[in-house]
Design a protein around this ligand. Structure first.
Ligand code: SAH
Ligand code: SF4
Length: 377
């Protein structure tokens, strides 16, 4: 299926149940044009934009510098609604995971991971995923649809609401914040929903929008080569590649997308990603699967494969789920694998599993909640 027909088939609903047009997710000029049709002047549209993205207004009534009758009229026509949190789980390490219910009842996951000097929000791009990576739980859930730009942004707005970090009147957007970094690493393949992801990220990066620098945004992909090139040219956010294997044979077995875009094409796109330097490196993600991809020879092959690419290799302990065919590599094995990569000159940190007690791996909260609902009655 081409990307364009994919986008049409799996599109999110255009208006909410009440027939109101969503404003969140529209580019500034689009929002002005939509509101101009209803006779709202440009400067008022700009004020609404500022209320949404700078002040976190959840309804038009809060927009104090707009005339009252205009606020009422806007509330009838447009929506700036938030998704409902169907579940919230807090881990003992501070990680918070939300299961958000969208306007048509579909559910997505968003995870907030606080660290010492930053807070990262892991954002979803699709409900489910069409790619069927063998180790990934989301891959077992059929794709239901793409998220709209609105729904991608709503995840960030929701996190800011809960964490209480909207600036007050006169305060700068870039003051102290909980959510400092965004990673497109939740459910779904962001580059199979490129149009909406790019629309949302542009608003995220806009100084008048959420004002999060592209250096603090990372997009993770399983390797959709044509859109990696487009993403580099248009967004130039940080790139993470789910690599998980050092050769085509194994990678095609555990990640079927490799048959379409094999390693040579993928790594070419990585080498040519604009703006790479030692300060700005690609992250290769490598989930450690016991006796599958964690051998000494595989570490050597990986080191050779990535030669010349400014990168780091994130080693991720496999997060097991019921019914999966893999096991987590032993700690000693992971340490040895990391040491071999380090000896070859790579940074190869082992990613500390966060929120283990709340099923924080991709796709697992949603499935657990579906299971719970099924056994409820
Ligand atoms: N579709 C994109 C982004 C979402 S997946 C991608 O594949 O990159 C985010 C990351 O979680 C990917 O690196 C993915 O390979 C990894 N992942 C998936 N299932 C996992 C599991 N059970 N344990 C550890 N990491 C997993
Ligand atoms: Fe989809 Fe990424 Fe999971 Fe693969 S790892 S099934 S691309 S979400």
């Amino acid at each position: 299926m081409s990307l364009a027909s994919h986008a049409g088939k799996f599109a999110a609903p255009a208006a909410n149940a009440a027939g109101q047009v969503p404003l969140i997710g529209l580019a500034p000029a689009e929002m002005q044009a939509v509101m101009a049709e209803a006779g709202v002047p440009k400067f008022r549209a700009k004020q609404v934009w500022h209320w949404i993205y700078h002040r976190g207004a959840k309804d038009f009534a809060a927009m104090a510098n707009l005339p009252k009758d205009l606020r009422t009229a806007l509330a009838e026509k447009y929506s700036i609604e938030r998704p409902q949190a169907a579940a919230e789980q807090k881990s003992s390490d501070g990680t918070i995971k939300w299961l958000l219910k969208l306007s048509d009842g579909q559910m997505v996951e968003t995870v907030y991971i606080p660290e010492e000097k930053r807070g990262t929000l892991c954002v979803s791009s699709q409900v489910g995923c069409t790619l069927t990576c063998k180790f990934c739980h989301t891959g077992t859930q059929p794709l239901v649809r793409n998220l709209s730009a609105e729904e991608i942004l709503q995840q960030i707005l929701h996190a800011r609401d809960v964490l209480g970090e909207w600036p007050q009147a006169g305060e700068k957007q870039s003051g102290a914040r909980e959510v400092t970094n965004i990673v497109m690493m939740g459910m779904g393949e962001p580059l199979y929903n490129y149009e909406n992801v790019s629309k949302a990220l542009k608003i995220c990066m806009d100084a008048e929008g959420l004002d999060i620098s592209r250096r603090r945004i990372t997009l993770s992909t399983s390797g959709v080569v044509p859109q990696i090139v487009q993403c580099g040219e248009e967004l130039n956010v940080n790139l993470a590649i789910s690599l998980h294997a050092p050769d085509d044979e194994l990678r095609s077995k555990i990640m079927p997308i490799n048959k379409k875009y094999p390693l040579s094409a993928l790594l070419d796109a990585c080498r040519n990603y604009p703006g790479l330097s030692e300060q700005r490196r690609i992250t290769f993600e490598y989930v450690m699967l016991k006796d599958v991809n964690d051998g000494d020879d595989q570490a050597a092959a990986l080191a050779k494969l990535l030669e010349g690419i400014p990168c780091k290799i994130n080693l991720i302990p496999f997060n097991p789920w019921a019914g999966s065919e893999f096991e987590t590599s032993d700690d000693g094995r992971v340490r040895k694998f990391a040491a071999l990569l380090e000896r070859a000159g790579y940074d190869a940190p082992v990613r500390r599993p966060r929120g283990r007690d709340i099923l924080a791996a991709c796709g697992q909260l949603k499935s657990a909640s579906i299971r719970a609902r099924k056994t409820d009655h």
